[in-house]
Design a protein around this ligand. Sequence first.
Ligand code: ADP
Ligand code: MG
Length: 454
Amino acid sequence: GPTARLIRLSTPSRIVPGLVKGRYLARRASSTSQNPNKEAPVAHHHRPPSHHHHHVTYSETDDAVPWLAKQPLHRLSLADLVNAEALLSSARFTLSLLPIRLAHRIQALRNLPYIVVSNPNIRKIYNNYQHSLSTLLPWQGRTISNLEDEIRFTEVLAELVQTHTDTIPILARGFLECRKYISPGEVTRFLDQHLRARIGTRLVAEQHIALHYSSSPHFDPPSSPTPCPETPGYIGVIDTALRPASTVDSCGSFVADICELNYGVRPEWFINGSPETTFAFVPTHLEYIITELLKNAFRATVENGQSKSPVEITIAPEPPSSVTTPITLSPPSVSLGAFNKDHIQPLDDNAPGVTIRIRDRGGGIGPEVLPHIWSYSFTTFSENEDDPPGAWSDDALSVISAASSGGSSIAGLGYGLPLSRAYAEYFGGGIKVQSLHGWGTDVYLRLKGVGRIE
Ligand code: ADP
Ligand code: MG
């Protein structure tokens, strides 16, 4: 249990700078009876008149949702994430944000048409959010005041993060099943907001988990994407010297493997420009984007019969002063302003960034396809050759099944571009697609570093 684990923390003052050992022990002694799951009050029970939109039975946490969802979202700054003075304040800070963020998502799900929320897959996601909120609420009535609390809290948090891992294929399947009842535009509007908010929520949680595990080599790291304890150059989940060329190469060989399985061909790529460039960024975000963009480039290359033409990836560092205006190219389906309050802002506008151009000779994107590429679920990929191209694909279900079982397909979910753009815009970057019809496609990925870190 936590007590046994605490014994290994023989020098808490080293682990949490500024936390004096004597004070820590005193606090710990006074708090041994505290059990957040038993003692804490279940938040504020503000009982509004029953005005639920849907005839769905909600669980007990319900009562807290309208109240929490009315609270303004804290506007995060990167300083909040990386300069957390100690684990305890990081844990308290994390706890202060998450219930509100979860409640906003729950409310957005409730605002979907009843028939959509009733779909078993959407319902599953909804229940998962409810479960997460009801797990965190008991922690809110107390203060995380010692490392024992912090350890327990982090364990709970890691578990919650884990339960939300497979959200995307489940949502994809749910909305596909509901496509008779909700328009692609509405789906995209919901998903864009939902998945952008999810990026932030996961980042907040994972940042605390990573800070926790990197604070002491005695902690056992979870299998999550958190870096190994004390990885040099990492602050939480942020790699302060991330080298995009390395990400391109590792994602490139992964995507080439998938191509080989799908088409029996292994497309090639090369990097030019300034491959030595490094910047501060969240590696998992960059990996997601690069993997999706390379899948698109490789697929187009192979399907266009150009397997001998390597994909060209040009990396250009962005001088600090020029990064002040984020690019907004293809207009996002929901205005960015709506997300700003939900966004983690870069620590300083002069943070160096990088632009990555991915150029393929895959024949470009047809004018009939181009208007749809930023819609969730839109794909021209089909395993069934008789399907009309450019539809919201019916056999996407097999792609979704592959995705749910942890596999990876070359294409077909139709989430690659819109979700990559959501990740890129998160820290003030963007994605621009330039198609040269009949020839190929240039994708400009512009990323802003997450800021100067002292
Ligand atoms: P998916 O790859 O699952 O179809 P995406 O969102 O990644 O979904 O892409 C949507 C569509 O945009 C693709 O189905 C394809 O028609 C088109 N597309 C994207 N990138 C390229 C590219 N580099 N060359 C040609 N078409 C592309
Ligand atoms: Mg794709």
